[in-house]
Design a protein around this ligand. Structure first.
Ligand code: HXC
Length: 261
C-alpha cells in the first residue's frame, strides 16, 4: 500500500505495524492521515493472517495532537455539519483485533486520545502525554475527557485537563495509563510491543476478539450486566473449533494448532 502519512509493515508473522509518519509536523493528526490510518486498520482487521496491530510514531513524537492548522479556521457550523473528528471513532468502535499503542515522545491532545483508544499502551519513561486543548481555547474532542478519567480517576483527570499540563511516561506507568514503561528508547519500546503482539497473534483469533470485547464492555456496563455479558460470550466459545483444539491439546500435552474458527 502506498500511503502518504503512515507506513505499514509486518515485523513478525501475525503482527501488523502502523507507523505514523508525518515527521515535519510531529505526526499531527490531520484528516488525510486519519483516513489512511482507518484504511490500514480496517485492512489488518480483515486480514486473516494478522492477529494484533501496533500503532507507533517516532522517537520524537507519537503524535503532537490533531492538526491545529487544519482546525484553526473551523466554524461551529462546518465542524458540526461535517461531524469533524467522527472518523476517529473507527478504531474504538469497529476494530475488533487488539491494538497496541507504542508511545515515545509527544502524545498530546488528539495524540494522547489516540493512545487511549488503543487496547494496551506501552511507552518510554520520557514519553510526554497531555491534554493541552484548554490552552488553545477548546477541550479534548476525541474521547480524552472520558477515557483519561476512566484511566486515572476524576481528580487527576480534572487537574490535567483544566491545567493542560503534561505527564511523563513514568507517571503514565504509575497511574496505570500505560501497561508498561519500557527502559530505553523507541527501538526497545517497539521490541516490547512486537513481542506482546506476537504473543497475542499466537492465540486463537476468535477467543482473542471475544477477550477484547468483554474487557471493553467493562467500561460501559454495570458489573452485573458485564459479568452476564462475559458469561454469554464464554458459553458461545464452546461452539468454536478452537475451544476443542485448545483443550484437547492441553490434555495431550501438545501445542494447539488453532483453526481460528
Ligand atoms: C499542527 C503541529 C502540531 C499540531 C506540532 N506541529 N504540533 N502542527 N498541529 N498539533 C508542527 C509545528 O507547527 C512545527 O511546524 C513542527 O510541527 C515542529 O513543531 P515545533 O513546535 O517546532 O517543535 P518543538 O519546538 O520541538 O515543540 C514540540 C511541541 C509543540 C511541544 C509538541 O510542537 C507543540 O506544543 N505542539 C502542539 C501540541 C498541542 O497543543 N497539541 C494539541 C492539539 S489540539 P513548522 O511548520 O512551524 O516547522 C488537539 C485537539 C484534539 O489535539 C481534539 C480532537 C481530536
Amino acid at each position: 500500500n502506498t500511503y502518504e502519512h503512515i507506513l505499514t509493515s509486518s515485523p513478525k508473522p501475525g503482527v501488523g505495524l502502523i507507523t505514523l509518519n508525518r515527521p515535519k509536523a510531529l505526526n499531527a493528526l490531520c484528516s488525510p492521515l486519519f483516513t489512511e490510518l482507518n484504511d490500514a486498520l480496517s485492512k489488518y482487521d480483515e486480514d486473516k493472517s494478522i492477529g494484533a496491530i501496533i500503532i507507533t510514531g517516532s522517537e520524537k513524537a507519537f503524535a503532537a495532537g490533531a492538526d491545529i492548522k487544519e482546525m484553526a479556521p473551523l466554524t461551529f457550523s462546518s465542524a458540526y455539519s461535517n461531524n469533524f473528528i467522527a472518523p476517529w471513532s473507527h478504531l474504538a468502535n469497529s476494530i475488533r483485533k487488539p491494538v497496541i499503542a507504542a508511545v515515545s515522545g509527544y502524545a498530546l491532545g488528539g495524540g494522547c486520545e489516540l493512545a487511549l483508544m488503543c487496547d494496551i499502551i506501552y511507552c518510554t519513561s520520557n514519553a510526554t502525554f497531555g491534554q493541552p486543548e484548554i490552552k488553545l481555547g477548546v477541550i479534548p474532542g476525541a474521547g480524552g475527557s472520558q477515557r483519561l478519567t476512566r484511566a486515572v480517576g476524576k481528580s487527576k483527570a480534572m487537574e490535567l485537563i483544566l491545567t493542560g499540563k503534561n505527564f511523563s511516561g513514568k507517571q503514565a506507568g504509575e497511574w496505570g495509563v500505560a501497561a508498561e514503561v519500557v527502559d530505553g528508547g523507541h527501538a526497545e519500546l517497539l521490541d516490547v510491543a512486537v513481542k506482546t503482539a506476537e504473543t497475542i497473534a499466537g492465540h486463537s483469533r476468535v477467543a482473542t476478539v471475544a477477550a477484547k470485547e468483554v474487557v471493553n464492555k467493562s467500561q460501559e456496563l454495570s458489573l452485573r450486566e458485564g459479568v452476564e455479558y462475559e458469561r454469554r460470550l464464554f458459553h458461545g466459545l464452546f461452539g468454536s473449533q478452537d475451544q476443542k483444539i485448545g483443550m484437547t491439546a492441553f490434555a495431550e500435552k501438545k501445542k494447539p494448532e488453532w483453526s481460528h474458527e
